[in-house]
Design a binder for this molecule. Structure first.
Ligand code: PEP
Length: 258
């Protein structure tokens, strides 16, 4: 049982974005070594989402270690004439157990809509991957007071109907907090995560009760424990601070004594 008093196993996932070469394997190995050594009894799951080019190589080196691997995006279809795209089945084949869908950088850079995100999450489920569905408001939407409406709307439109706590994770990532060093206050995070929980329960019943809701957006070693202690925060999606094993492990350690 975690700080929230609920039986949810937290997840700390690192999104490397378009960073990392084969030489970065050392960072993943350092995370593995800590999880097999001093952090062996950590109650949280730990995941790295490297660029797709590295998944198979990392999987081969990490073997059956506690470090889970994820993709950062997938195409809705299992195969076909889609140059440059990667199917969920390919990520699974390479050794991933999850895929991030709907990251705000995908929504912004590639014009992905919530309908697209839902199709990608369905593809993840079809392939046997956990879908990590990202949602979050822009700064303008927060200033306009529409955070909860935006986030709940994205949730409703992005989540496949048959989502379960086992095959789906929600990541609340305020767009204005990503890569900026800014974070919402713990009270603001509590309000948004509480609203997400209520919406998940309304949509999915008991599955919504048990579904993990991650916070993402400038999670760092010095704010992780505070953010992870907020009610209905079941882990973190970490960008910049996941690139160095020492920083990422300092964040993971927020769960050391929970
Ligand atoms: C992200 O992009 O998912 C993210 C949370 O980035 P950062 O931690 O760098 O803000």
């Amino acid at each position: 049982m975690g700080k929230t008093g609920r039986e949810i196993r937290p997840l700390v996932a690192g999104n490397w974005k378009m960073n990392g070469l084969k030489a970065s394997l050392g960072e993943a190995m350092a995370v593995r070594d800590a999880l097999q050594g001093p952090l062996a009894s950590l109650p949280a799951e730990v995941m790295i989402a490297p660029p797709a080019t590295l998944i198979a190589g990392f999987a081969a080196e990490l073997g059956s270690s506690p470090v889970l691997l994820a993709g950062q995006d997938c195409h809705p279809k299992p195969s076909g004439a889609h140059t440059g795209d990667i199917a969920a089945e390919m990520l699974k084949d390479a050794g991933a157990s999850a895929v991030i869908v709907g990251h705000s950088e995908r929504r912004t850079d590639h014009g992905e809509t919530s309908a697209d995100v839902r199709a990608k999450a369905e593809a993840a489920h079809r392939a046997g991957l956990v879908a990590i569905v990202c949602i979050g408001e822009t700064h303008a939407e927060r200033l306009a007071g529409s955070t909860l409406a935006v986030v709940c709307g994205q949730l409703e439109e992005s989540m496949p109907e048959l989502s379960t706590a086992a095959n789906t994770v929600v990541a609340y990532e305020p767009v204005w907090a990503i890569g900026t060093g800014l974070t919402p206050s713990p009270d603001d995070v509590k309000d948004v995560h509480g609203a997400i929980r209520a919406r998940l329960v309304a949509q999915l019943g008991v599955e919504g009760e048990a579904m993990r809701i991650l916070y993402g957006g400038s999670v760092k070693p010095d704010n992780a424990a505070t953010l992870m202690a907020v009610e209905n925060v079941d882990g973190a999606l970490v960008g910049g601070a996941s690139l160095k094993a020492s920083d990422f492990l300092a964040i993971v350690r927020a769960y050391e004594n929970v």
